[in-house]
Design a protein around this ligand. Sequence first.
Ligand code: PMT
Length: 400
Amino acid sequence: MSNLKTKHIVVGVSGGIAAYKIPELIRLLRKSGAEVKVTMTRNALNFVTELTLRTLSNNDVYSDVFAAINHHATEHISLPNWADLMVVAPASADVLGKMANGIADDALTTTFLATRKPVVIAPAMNDNMYRSEATQQAIQILSSRPNITMLDCAEGELACGTVGKGRMQEVQDILYAIEKALTPKTMLGQHVLITAGPTKERLDPVRYLSNDSSGKMGYALARACYNRGAIVTLISGPTALPSPIGCETIRVSSAEQMYQMVMSRQDEQNMIILCAAVADFTPTKQSASKIKKIPNQTLFSLELQTTPDIAAAVGANRREEQTLVGFALETNDAETNALHKLQNKGLDWIVLNSLENKGAGFELDTNMVTLFSNKGDRIDLPLATKEEIAEGIIDNLLRH
Ligand code: PMT
């Protein structure tokens, strides 16, 4: 989460059972490099203690407008000035109503009213309260303000025992929304297609050929583009990752399916990034039933045929103004092989990650890459998280 490094975030906590998740949000914000200060309503103190939030944020908590602990009497002004962003989570029906109507009668709502910075709001309440006219009107009023990102409530089991819409979004998704709100919209309206993950080439109903790609690198690229305002289509092989919020995610399995899907969506794209680890070979035949082991058999042969080369096909069908980016995963002669792929596949850029470098490649949370352009540029991005590498790749593609 590189764009949260050194950012100042004010976390506003109101009274709802989902407040128990806020210590984790604060922990993740600080892990991402942000500095955090907390303001909370008096009701929130019934769900999470001031001590917990003070300890995790490493800052005083502002919950009482008139408390002697306040450094001066105007925390509700100094906090918004200090902040790059305010997040209100959970936002109760009561607090939504107050924020929509300019009521400022406690530490959180006075801070909100004085805030001119981006604000992310994550409502949470009982489903009847959520569906009430008053709450819906408040949500509508707040959503129409240009500095506010209003998150939808999630559906599921609620603390009151019913099932409905009223759950607070997951903490990780609130973090993604904060990240997006703080990212300049340098790709606004651009169409970007990204492939990610492995492919599975079936031998029979229970066996397949595949590889160790987790999808982490491609999904991080999808989020980086979405945060910049791009319209993202993510074509993903089988992964365990949740679909990134805001991206159209199309799940495929085989190289052939990925090829068909990419080709059908190529024309509308401004940029295509081929990060998937696509199988180069697939069985010539797929058995309809499980292939049985024959007694005393010690050798078994498989006949394979090549799969369509998606990158090469995209390169051959390209519109001149499209930016085409491939990845190269190498184990030896890395640079030579990567440059060869850049030329052969008709790409503008190739991103080399070599398994010779510790911390780079499949499954890990980190990567280390070198970008080569067909104009002779070379950019080295040192070992960093895949999120940071994705930011670095996109920033460099936009800069050149
Ligand atoms: O998913 P992770 O666990 O986070 O790992 C990320 C990654 C290592 C998979 C990723 O960073 C990466 O390197 N992806 C490309 C892996 C690969 O297949 O490289 P390659 O050198 O075999 O292929 C070169 C390029 O051709 C790639 O852009 C690939 O998508 C493309 N290709 C390959 C074969 C094929 N039939 N069609 C293709 O389009």
